[in-house]
Design a protein around this ligand. Structure first.
Ligand SMILES: *[C@@H]1O[C@H](CO)[C@@H](O)[C@H](O)[C@H]1NC(C)=O
Ligand SMILES: *[C@@H]1O[C@H](CO)[C@@H](O)[C@H](O)[C@H]1NC(C)=O
Ligand SMILES: *[C@@H]1O[C@H](CO)[C@@H](O)[C@H](O)[C@H]1NC(C)=O
Ligand SMILES: *[C@@H]1O[C@H](CO)[C@@H](O)[C@H](O)[C@H]1NC(C)=O
Ligand SMILES: *[C@@H]1O[C@H](CO)[C@@H](O)[C@H](O)[C@H]1NC(C)=O
Ligand SMILES: *[C@@H]1O[C@H](CO)[C@@H](O)[C@H](O)[C@H]1NC(C)=O
Ligand SMILES: *[C@@H]1O[C@H](CO)[C@@H](O)[C@H](O)[C@H]1NC(C)=O
Ligand SMILES: *[C@@H]1O[C@H](CO)[C@@H](O)[C@H](O)[C@H]1NC(C)=O
Ligand SMILES: *[C@@H]1O[C@H](CO)[C@@H](O)[C@H](O)[C@H]1NC(C)=O
Ligand SMILES: *[C@@H]1O[C@H](CO)[C@@H](O)[C@H](O)[C@H]1NC(C)=O
Ligand SMILES: *[C@@H]1O[C@H](CO)[C@@H](O)[C@H](O)[C@H]1NC(C)=O
Ligand SMILES: *[C@@H]1O[C@H](CO)[C@@H](O)[C@H](O)[C@H]1NC(C)=O
Length: 674
């Protein structure tokens, strides 16, 4: 006798059954599934039943794993406890869960891992729980410690919705390297789930001794051990791990394998009164509050009451690309804060979005602020890439300011449930205002569209409040008129002929027209500096005249030349462009940042010799042109699109981007096993 032969169908079944079993085994080994309640419970409750957490939930003795767990009565009792705690918290998007528990119904979440009755851990007395991306705001008195907990259920709970992000083009985002904290990683029980707990100090106590003394920073502690559920400091010492809080910002970054406990301690101090107010948030997606140690804000120029600042290029996409167009059309995403450097109270909160929002005197493009200044998208400047500009007004003359680039929430949404909803702050830069009122900051011209700097002005003729458009029109229409003359000349040149008949193989008439426009705008619209500024590269203008307010200037000779000699020289006793500046505007004495000599060289090289352009030499060159300083912080000559501390190319502004590969991997795994 021999065994009956399996039919083809039967043997296929056996093979696939075997395969399925192997798959299930693999699945169980890598992903202990949450439907195995008993197993999960066992892993949480040490055999001695004397486990350190959630004692209240189990206090009515005899709680014995499987049996009791199956009882809906008991389930309701436990979850009601949880609901009590969680319901009075501001729970963001997950309120629903707690509420339905409270009504005694079984709650089935859309997330497959959250099944009805899954045990939520109860926070110990005096410890408030934190939910994913749901900020909590708290006052804290001197000397007090407040405790928080980010429970394992929340840590391993659902992620918040990741937005579409900023316009980007797969081929140009390669150098967005610093997105480390915004990368969501596969959670796995061995190495833990990445979490971020961040704190922002919004208000700090006031000094009751000297007005400018800074209060100490509040202290942040954490513990991942159930043995230390209330980390913090007392006069006797401290428990838990201390995390530095600087400028009102602290961040705990960790791979969590269980509950995480947090302590916030306000130090005891005698010289201050009042309290701190802070916002704390925990997230399994990315830091809810974010601080970057980069500056990413450039000073373009200012006058005695206003300043113009720009972000670095926001993309290096070419101008006919969709990404470029999208950037130019977006609602300006960044905001900024500024504060007088004489007032140091800002130092204690300078890395905190809500701290700056509450304390900085000046803001631009920050929603909900009165006297807000504007932020707009522009492509002015070298390279013509999209960037955001801020025009800040109502500043004091001769003052130094701190400037901070900032972002409200993720720029399109804020608050609970938004990844990064607490806002971002970048490190500070400094800028200063001019002393005199006869230099006026001008930008947004229609012909010389690249001009963005202070120009000679007269506040009596062109009011700083509403006369700047008229002033701009005077300069701009003059330049446009001059350009038209040039255009007529250019039309005499055989530009549009075959290559062999062109004046140059390397340059054509478009290059010539572009170089001429650059040169013309820089030369007809001089860049103005305070009369009292003694930088060696500045040229004195109109030195024999009085200021618009009638006062006479003190003559400062910065080159060792006798003042009387300068006075008699045309170039120091008139303006570069006397028909409009001296006759129409009459700014009085000022100093000029000379145009860069390379603008002239570029013009000569780009245009046909027939046009007869040439650059002055020697002494005459030094009178009319300046040379660039290798230090980008010194603007020793004027060129269009100049900004101080020019960055090279695209700088990463920490635009959040999620690792697409991980997302699809997670999705694939979910589909494979569910
Ligand atoms: C900000 O968050 C909201 C909600 O999560 C999202 O819809 C939006 O796309 C995000 N914006 C950006 C610029 O990422
Ligand atoms: C502050 O002082 C009080 C009273 O001496 C003490 O109980 C408390 O622990 C102190 N707090 C800190 C953070 O040192
Ligand atoms: C978390 O784990 C990842 C990889 O498992 C590691 O690269 C990272 O440094 C860890 N982070 C912390 C804060 O320990
Ligand atoms: C500052 O004010 C607080 C609260 O009013 C007080 O306890 C403290 O003694 C004062 N410190 C000084 C130096 O006056
Ligand atoms: C910013 O922090 C990074 C890493 O923490 C460091 O490498 C870099 O030098 C810092 N940059 C500045 C300007 O401090
Ligand atoms: C953009 O312009 C470049 C040359 O200036 C051209 O090669 C490219 O095809 C253009 N792209 C689009 C999408 O028009
Ligand atoms: C500005 O940045 C410098 C260098 O990072 C730092 O030392 C200083 O404290 C900062 N000032 C403010 C107001 O944040
Ligand atoms: C400094 O600025 C803060 C916040 O704007 C303000 O409350 C405080 O009075 C200022 N201090 C001085 C000395 O001007
Ligand atoms: C200008 O100076 C006055 C007096 O010092 C000060 O109160 C005010 O806050 C300053 N304004 C700005 C915008 O810094
Ligand atoms: C620039 O000028 C145009 C008109 O020429 C005006 O519509 C626009 O609002 C101005 N932009 C800014 C930022 O002033
Ligand atoms: C010169 O002027 C003509 C007519 O006004 C215009 O079409 C042309 O574009 C101008 N050329 C340059 C190089 O601007
Ligand atoms: C040359 O001809 C092209 C089209 O043939 C025209 O677009 C361009 O403006 C001309 N250049 C000048 C300087 O006239």
């Amino acid at each position: 006798m021999h065994f009956p032969k399996l039919s083809q169908l039967q043997s296929r079944f056996a093979v696939s059954l075997g395969g399925t079993l192997v798959l299930i085994l693999i699945y169980l080994s890598i992903n202990r599934p949450s439907f195995a309640y008993a197993a999960e419970l066992d892993s949480r409750i040490p055999p001695d039943h004397n486990h350190p957490f959630s004692p209240d939930s189990f206090e009515n003795g005899g709680f014995d794993e499987e049996e009791d767990f199956a009882s809906v009565e008991h389930l309701r009792e436990i979850t009601l406890d949880v609901a009590d705690i969680q319901y009075d918290q501001h729970r963001g998007t997950q309120d629903l869960g707690a509420k339905e528990y409270e009504e005694g119904e079984l709650y089935v979440s859309s997330n497959t891992r959250k099944v009805a009755g899954e045990l939520r851990k109860r926070a110990p007395d005096g410890v408030n729980s934190l939910s994913n991306n749901a900020p909590q705001n708290m006052n804290i008195e001197l000397g007090v410690t407040q405790n928080w907990m980010f429970s394992q259920d929340e840590i391993e709970g659902p992620h918040s919705e990741n937005g579409v992000g900023f316009p980007s083009d797969a081929s140009t985002t390669g150098n967005m390297s610093d997105d480390g904290p915004f990368r969501r990683e596969l959670s796995n029980r061995q190495s833990g789930t990445p979490i971020w707990i961040t704190i922002n100090v919004c208000l700090q106590p006031m000094s009751n001794t000297s007005t400018n003394e800074m209060p100490p920073q509040i202290q942040l502690f954490y513990s991942a051990s159930d043995d230390i559920q209330k980390p913090g400091a007392t006069s006797d010492g401290m428990t838990g791990t201390r995390i530095d809080v600087e400028g009102g910002y602290g961040i705990i970054q960790s791979n969590a394998t269980g509950d995480v406990y947090i302590g916030v301690t306000a130090p005891n101090t005698t010289n201050f009164q009042g309290m701190w107010n802070y916002e704390i948030a925990a997230s399994n997606d990315a830091p809810y509050h974010f601080y970057s140690n980069e500056t990413d804000l450039l000073f373009v120029d200012g006058d005695n009451h206003a300043a113009l600042l720009v972000t670095p290029d926001l993309t290096d996409a070419i101008s006919n690309s969709t990404t470029y167009q999208q950037w130019m059309e977006t609602q300006a995403p960044y905001g900024m804060f500024a504060h007088d450097q004489k007032n140091t109270s800002i130092l204690g909160v300078s890395r905190s979005y809500c701290g700056l929002r509450n304390n900085a005197r000046i803001a631009a493009n920050v929603p909900g602020i009165t006297n807000n200044n504007v932020g707009t998208m522009t492509n002015r400047g070298l390279g013509g890439a999209p960037k955001e500009q801020f025009y800040i007004s109502a500043l004091n003359a001769s003052s130094e300011y701190w400037g901070f680039l900032a972002m409200t929430g993720n720029s399109t949404a804020t608050g609970a449930g938004v990844i990064g909803g607490g806002g971002r702050v970048w490190s500070n830069m400094t800028f200063s205002t001019k002393a005199n009122d006869n230099c006026a900051l001008m930008y947004n011209l229609s012909f010389c569209s690249e001009v963005a700097y202070a120009v000679p002005s007269n506040p009596d003729k062109f009011s700083p409040l509403d006369g700047l458009a008229d002033l701009a029109a005077v300069y701009d229409s003059y330049a446009a008129q001059m350009y038209q003359y040039f255009n007529y000349s250019l039309q005499q040149i055989p530009c549009n002929t075959t290559a062999s008949a062109q004046y140059s193989l390397a340059r054509n008439c478009d290059d010539c027209a572009r170089a001429y426009k650059q040169w013309l705008c820089a030369v007809t619209i001089p860049r103005c500096e305070d009369w009292g500024n003694n930088a060696p590269y500045l040229a004195q203008r109109n030195m024999a005249q009085n200021f618009p307010n009638g006062s006479t200037p003190s003559w400062v000779s910065n080159s060792g030349v006798d003042a009387q000699v300068l006075l008699n020289a045309v170039q120091s006793n008139s303006s570069r462009n006397s028909q409009i500046i001296d006759d129409k505007i009459q700014p009085g004495p000022y100093k000029e940042v000379l145009p860069c000599i390379d603008l002239c060289y570029d013009l000569v090289q780009s245009c046909p010799a027939a046009l007869g352009f040439g650059c002055p030499q020697g002494k005459y060159q030094n009178m009319s042109y300046g040379v660039r300083d290798p230090d980008p912080g010194i603007l020793s000559c004027s060129y269009l699109g100049a900004a101080f501390y020019l960055s090279d190319g695209v700088r990463d502004l920490g635009v959040p981007s999620m690792d697409k590969m991980w997302v699809s991997l997670i999705i694939t795994i979910v589909f494979l096993f569910c």
